[in-house]
Design a protein around this ligand. Structure first.
Ligand SMILES: [Zn+2]
Length: 227
């Protein structure tokens, strides 16, 4: 597992929080401090602190309120003083603690437990908002308010979901099989991914797994893997 931030695109770094990059944060350089996207499960705090040492975190943004993406968010915001931003669709539920957005029982039982602490949401994001040099796009399906972040200038797409590539070579992905029942709306999740693929991203960076280069390779993963 990488012991430092991995640069993946201009001003974009992957902070790997688990083996095979199963959980990641994505760090964006910004003029008003770094933006940290997602915080991994509840046990990521120590590792995140090490990876972010010496950096000034100005804002924490999450793709969606599933426990493996917001698990250390309350800790990160209190540790850095950064405000928390997430989808306006999920913010109230996160504050109340009800984030079991999964079609199947296994997801509803396992994933919410990866978040123990809650926190006030400072900013509710909607389509077209800016996150650094990226634009917020809705990607409903995997969760009701899932957000993607798109930068047209170099066609970089940041997502908070699968398909999950476990190969270190972005031009030769290997996909991990995960159950479709871990989506809130399995058909909607696939449809949203296909919709994003129409943007023709060059590089897809996810907070699950390693980056993928080339929209055709990403589409291959979407076609062959339900999650
Ligand atoms: Zn999720």
């Amino acid at each position: 597992m990488a012991t430092s931030l991995q640069p993946v695109a201009d001003g974009v770094h992957l902070a790997s929080l688990a083996p095979l990059s199963m959980f990641n944060s994505v760090v964006l350089d910004g003029p008003d401090g770094d933006i940290v996207i997602d915080s991994g499960p509840a046990w990521s705090g120590k590792r995140l602190a090490r990876l972010l040492r010496g950096r000034d975190v100005g804002r924490h943004v999450v793709t969606h309120a599933h426990g493996d993406h917001v698990g250390s968010s309350a800790w990160l915001c209190s540790h850095t003083g950064a405000p928390l931003a997430m989808s306006q669709i999920e913010a109230d539920d996160f504050e109340r603690g009800s984030i079991a957005y999964h079609a199947g029982l296994s997801g509803r039982l396992i994933v919410p437990r990866m978040t123990r602490q809650r926190r006030h949401v400072d900013q509710r994001l909607t389509e077209g908002d800016q996150v650094g040099s990226f634009t917020v796009l809705p990607q409903p399906g995997h969760s009701p308010g899932l957000l993607a972040f798109w930068r047209e200038s170099d066609r970089v797409l940041i997502v908070g979901d699968g398909p999950t590539n476990i190969s270190n070579d972005p031009t030769s992905p290997r996909w991990m099989k995960l159950p479709a029942s871990w989506h809130h709306d399995p058909a909607g999740a696939v449809e949203s991914r296909r919709h994003l693929a129409e943007l023709e991203p060059e590089l897809i960076v996810s907070t699950h797994g390693r980056p993928v280069r080339g929209v055709d390779r990403w589409l291959d993963g979407i076609r062959n893997h339900a999650h």
